[in-house]
Design a binder for this molecule. Structure first.
Ligand SMILES: CC(=O)N[C@H]1[C@@H](OP(=O)(O)OP(=O)(O)OC[C@H]2O[C@@H](n3ccc(=O)[nH]c3=O)[C@H](O)[C@@H]2O)O[C@H](CO)[C@@H](O)[C@@H]1O[C@H](C)C(=O)N[C@@H](C)C(=O)N[C@H](CCC(=O)O)C(=O)O
Ligand SMILES: Nc1ncnc2c1ncn2[C@@H]1O[C@H](COP(=O)(O)OP(=O)(O)OP(=O)(O)O)[C@@H](O)[C@H]1O
Ligand SMILES: N[C@H](CCC[C@H](N)C(=O)O)C(=O)O
Ligand SMILES: [Mg+2]
Length: 491
């Protein structure tokens, strides 16, 4: 493709060379460059991509997109200057892949908690309606039944457009994706027009990146200036402000407040939830195989999305009622020892409080919580999560999540500050496997062990090592090691 054809939707200045150049590849990382590549230099948080321009040229880059002057660029290289390279990349990527989004319907879900769950529900509804979907998010990226590699919750714009192109080639009609606040802030979904946007909620997380809750909220609000229908949780205190900033058709859902999709006559048990929604003057009753009030919110967001995608309500109902569960989200691991184990991805204060409140409603025995907090992530949530775990549990094991570059003991000490505000007895066990083992040893009949924070993850990041680690697998192996055969049940 000619370079000028990639640039025709943006403003730019040619610093040197020809715009007629043929471009075979685009890269924002010098390690991905090969022949005839346009290398996009991005000023990052850690390093400056402009410093890799000469490296990129050695590897075959023939054109550079820059936002500042770089010295010593050979004269045969085309240099294009723009105001902000990160902002322009999505438009160039969209042009390179022939604007794949124009031919598919995009459904984006944003919010602190519930994105993965809600995207799985919407995906299930679409599949029930015989649509071939693309799914993009934390657990996996998927094209129809085929998993494709995923590393971020929301990929970088160039990778995202490449994935959209692959999805279109494989005849996907609807893409359901998680849209993280990082993605919205860092322009990863610019150049995407969404048919539907869903806002689940906004609670404390990621202040290491956004600095204030207002910035965090405003990042989420961006989605509702990119979509046709905005489906918004009106019970969330930030819902009204998101609506104020929106320029789409707004549809609300909730339980407490008046809403377009309002759940009522709610019944909850340890086996599932039931609720009604009135649609077109008809009361529709839903019976779901999942637990927790928060999952009613996730279901309402999905029901509203299905409705605005023109999917018949009976199809939506069947899809949700057949849903087996989302991996690592309140996933039950039964043992025949009389206690039960729940693995959940709660890794922020609100998620942890929600899941513990839900468990407390049904617990017949004690609640034993095993958890930690991720390293190189928002530190302010650590004592808060410690206090929440202590408040709702009868015994806690503070252990490691993904410590990343931090010392696990330091993270645990920060969690402990909150735990000590409660009367909950606790132990500190740095090794997560030993922590889980300790909880299992301590459990008695009817107790519930909650293992929070890592859910579906199959790895643990310790310094620069990534080791295989899977909470469900660890629980099963410990139970089997005790010559007791656990059965896994995904609720
Ligand atoms: C804070 C954040 O999101 N940072 C992202 C950002 O990094 P950055 O701007 O700091 O990049 P950098 O490392 O300084 O590098 C600058 C430029 O130099 C390039 N480079 C670098 C080295 C080299 O040898 N050659 C080279 O060309 C890089 O590719 C980049 O273009 O751009 C990078 C390229 O796309 C991302 O990989 C990186 O994600 C980091 C690794 C990350 O951990 N992000 C997390 C926090 C994230 O995005 N999480 C959300 C989910 C959160 C949630 O909702 O729970 C997600 O959507 O996944
Ligand atoms: N609607 C909700 N409100 C509050 N908590 C929720 C909600 N849905 C799920 N949770 C809790 O939050 C955890 C994470 O849920 P989920 O993975 O669906 O969220 P997410 O927004 O995709 O998270 P991430 O930002 O890490 O991708 C769950 O394991 C559960 O404990
Ligand atoms: N999307 C979240 C996931 C956190 C999961 C937790 N296990 C951790 O590693 O901190 C994040 O990147 O902050
Ligand atoms: Mg997610």
């Amino acid at each position: 493709m000619r370079l000028c054809d990639l640039l025709n939707t943006i403003q730019y200045t040619v610093i040197q060379g020809s715009e007629e150049l043929e471009i075979d590849n685009i890269a924002y990382d010098s390690r991905q460059v090969n022949s005839n590549t346009l290398f996009i230099c991005i000023e990052g948080f850690k390093v400056d991509g402009h410093n890799f321009a000469l490296d990129a040229i050695k590897k075959g880059a023939t054109a550079l997109l820059v936002q500042k002057e770089i010295n010593d660029i050979p004269s045969h290289i085309t240099v294009i200057r723009v105001g902000n390279t990160r902002e322009k990349m999505p438009y160039i990527a969209s042009a390179f892949y022939n604007h794949p989004v124009k031919h598919m319907k995009l459904i984006g879900v944003t919010g602190t908690n519930g994105k993965t769950t809600t995207t799985f529900l919407i995906g299930k509804i679409l599949e029930q309606y015989n649509k071939k979907i693309g799914l993009i998010g934390t657990i996996e990226n998927r094209i129809g039944g085929k998993a494709v590699e995923a590393s971020r919750t929301t990929p970088e714009s160039l990778d995202l457009q490449a994935l959209f192109a692959q999805m279109l080639k494989e005849e996907v009609s609807h893409v359901v994706m998680e849209v993280s606040s990082h993605a919205l802030d860092l322009n990863r979904v610019d150049a995407c027009d969404f048919e539907i946007g869903v806002f689940t909620n906004l609670t404390l997380d990621h202040l290491d990146f956004h600095k204030t809750m207002e910035n965090y909220r405003d990042a989420k609000a961006k989605l509702f200036r990119k979509c046709k229908y905005g489906i918004i949780n009106i019970d969330d205190p930030h819902g009204k402000e998101i609506i104020k900033q929106a320029d789409c058709k707004v549809i609300t859902f909730g339980i407490e407040n008046d809403a377009d999709f309002k759940a009522y006559n709610i019944m909850m048990s340890s086996k599932g939830i039931e609720f009604s929604v009135t649609l077109e003057d008809q009361e529709i009753r839903f019976h779901l195989n999942t637990i927790g009030r928060f999952n009613i919110y996730n279901a309402l967001g999905a029901i509203a999305a299905g409705y605005y995608l023109n999917i018949p309500i009976e199809v939506i109902k069947t899809a949700l009622e057949d849903m087996e569960g989302v991996p690592g989200r309140v996933q039950r691991v039964e043992s025949n020892r009389g206690f039960s184990v729940i693995v959940d991805y709660a890794h922020a204060p609100d998620g942890l409080e929600n899941v513990l409140k839900t468990i407390k409603e049904f617990a017949e025995g004690r609640i034993i919580t095993v958890f930690g907090c991720g390293g190189d992530r928002d530190r302010s949530k650590r004592p808060i999560m410690g206090e929440i775990a202590g408040k709702y549990s009868d015994f806690c094991i503070i252990t490691s999540d993904n410590p990343r570059s931090e010392e696990p003991e330091d993270i645990i000490a920060e969690i402990e500050v909150g735990m000590q505000k409660t009367n909950c007895p606790y132990e500190k066990v740095v090794d997560r496997k030993e922590g889980i083992q300790r909880a299992i040893e301590a459990a008695k009949t009817k107790d519930i062990i909650l293992i929070a924070g890592k859910g579906h993850e199959t790895y643990q990041i310790i310094k620069d090592r990534v080791i295989h680690f899977d909470d469900v697998e660890v629980v099963k192996s410990i139970l089997q090691g005790d010559h007791i055969h656990g059965t896994i049940e995904n609720k």
